[in-house]
Design a protein around this ligand. Structure first.
Ligand code: SF4
Ligand code: SF4
Length: 134
């Protein structure tokens, strides 16, 4: 088959003067769409330790553990210890997370939320293990 290289010339010229489809990240700030899912955030005060997030996570990226510093029970007016809300911390393994946000959807207390913090690359593997604590 005989090739006709000049046939692509008009298209090549057209593309030459068109606005680039790619962005200049990292030289320019990345433009993220609304609802873009990146690092999952955890709020200690809201968590009740039900571990539904752990059960639903397809890649076992999230761990909910009792906090080391638990509040001491206060003595009530009747002289008995008052009930204390147990505190939970969260370990998020960024190298396992696939940002599906199923944990966010299922959390009954909205203790988990996705952020737009996507620049998560690390040289040391241990830095991919985030410990959200009180
Ligand atoms: S689902 Fe929400 S409240 Fe339950 S353990 Fe996970 S973060 Fe805590
Ligand atoms: S976003 Fe998905 S993969 Fe990441 S911790 Fe939540 S459920 Fe697991």
């Amino acid at each position: 088959m005989k090739r006709k290289p000049m046939r692509i010339l008009p298209e090549a010229l057209k593309q030459l003067f068109k606005k680039p489809a790619t962005s200049k990240y990292p030289f320019e700030k990345a433009k993220l769409y609304a609802g873009y899912r990146a690092r999952i955030n955890f709020e200690v005060e809201k968590c009740i330790g039900c571990k539904m997030c752990m059960r639903v996570c397809p890649s076992k990226a999230i761990e909910i553990i009792p906090a080391e510093n638990q509040p001491q029970p206060q003595i009530g007016p009747d002289g008995k210890p008052m009930p204390v809300k147990k505190i939970f911390n969260c370990i998020m393994n960024l190298d396992r997370c696939i940002y599906c946000a199923q944990c966010v959807e299922i959390c009954p207390k909205k203790a988990l939320a996705y952020t737009q913090d996507f620049e998560l690359a690390q040289i040391e593997k241990k830095k991919l293990r985030l410990h959200y604590k009180n």
